[in-house]
Design a protein around this ligand. Structure first.
Ligand SMILES: Nc1nc2c(ncn2[C@@H]2O[C@H](COP(=O)(O)OP(=O)(O)OP(=O)(O)O)[C@@H](O)[C@H]2O)c(=O)[nH]1
Ligand SMILES: [Mg+2]
Ligand SMILES: [Zn+2]
Length: 286
């Protein structure tokens, strides 16, 4: 029996990456009943029948389970955006980071197209690394920052997130040209509606895996996440225990240490404003 990881699944055929290479597998009968519950990213036990065909015998316990994109065992989200073209939407980026934090996934920040505005890229890197996120400036076009990016992806199952046109696929191609991912046809793809039919796939990169999927989780908060939200801002955490009131939501409460940190410049105004916007969304609706 061999252990491997499902990297792709279409029409009941699962591609499993094992130490001895890729094996095309069907599911053992008892697993077929839960065909919809088998996910890309699942670690599985595989056997070979006499003709050498693979059969998935069992699914090993999952550490995580994402719904959008549907992938098991993801442990990291890489938020990829461009310094410009397209210009960053900071609220959207914070939404992605917050969603990842709420799912207990670690986050790395990738600032691509550094070649278009090197100084702007440095400012952005400063902003995100102050929050505590591992941050890298890259240029897929010029091949810059790739070693550090590779380092950040090492040994992890990472899903990419970020706006269309940021250069996610371009970066993966730069790391491994044999991937030959389609790039730069954003508007054409959208017109043909082709991007929506793309299946989820894990790409082997070094000793890790990356999913190049445009969607990441749901982008608005549930109305029961009001209390959890503060913990999804890593730079708030050192202050949370010191607010005057237990249950402080860091809005107008007296003796709030998050607001004190904001006024002292230890928490950025932009992040705090986004916290308030998201807090509003997560407020209970009766
Ligand atoms: N100047 C510059 N252009 C880049 C860089 N990286 C990517 N591009 C260009 O940006 C465009 C979009 O790149 P993609 O890799 O397709 O972007 P994506 O994030 O995969 O987009 P979606 O698949 O639609 O989500 C392409 O025309 C790339 O050639 C870069 O580092 N510098
Ligand atoms: Mg792409
Ligand atoms: Zn407070």
């Amino acid at each position: 029996m061999n252990v491997g990881i499902i990297v792709k699944g279409i029409g009941g055929i699962y591609e499993v990456q094992t130490q001895e290479g890729r094996v095309s597998c069907t599911l053992r009968g008892k697993l077929r009943l839960r065909d919809d519950r088998v996910l890309v990213g699942d670690r599985v036990e595989v056997s070979r029948d006499q003709s050498g065909k693979g059969v998935v015998e069992a699914i090993l316990p999952r550490t995580t389970e994402l719904l959008r994109p549907p992938i098991a065992n993801v442990n990291q989200v890489a938020v990829v955006f461009a310094v410009q073209n397209p210009l960053p939407n900071f609220l959207l980026l914070d939404r992605i980071l917050v969603q990842a934090e709420l799912l207990n996934l670690s986050c790395v920040v990738v600032i691509n197209k550094g070649d278009l505005n090197p100084e702007g890229a440095l400012e952005l890197a400063d902003h995100y690394s102050k929050i505590s996120y591992p941050t890298v400036i890259t240029s897929a076009a010029k091949g810059e920052g790739l070693d550090r990016l590779k380092e950040l992806l090492k040994g992890k199952i990472t899903t990419l997130a970020g706006p269309s046109g940021a250069g996610k696929s371009s970066l993966l191609n730069a790391l491994d040209p044999s991937l030959e991912l389609e790039t730069g046809m954003v508007s054409v793809k959208a017109q043909r509606g082709r991007h929506t039919t793309r299946s989820v796939e894990l790409l082997a990169l070094g000793d890790g895996y990356v999913a190049d999927t445009p969607g990441f989780s749901r982008l608005s908060l549930e109305s029961d996440q009001e209390r959890d939200l503060q913990f999804a801002f890593p730079e708030f955490r050192p202050h949370l225990d010191f607010c005057q009131f237990r249950g402080c939501l860091h809005r107008h409460e007296p003796g709030c240490q998050v607001k004190a940190a904001l006024e002292a410049g230890d928490i950025s105004k932009q992040r705090y404003d986004h916290y308030l916007i998201l807090l509003e969304e997560a407020a209970p609706r009766y």
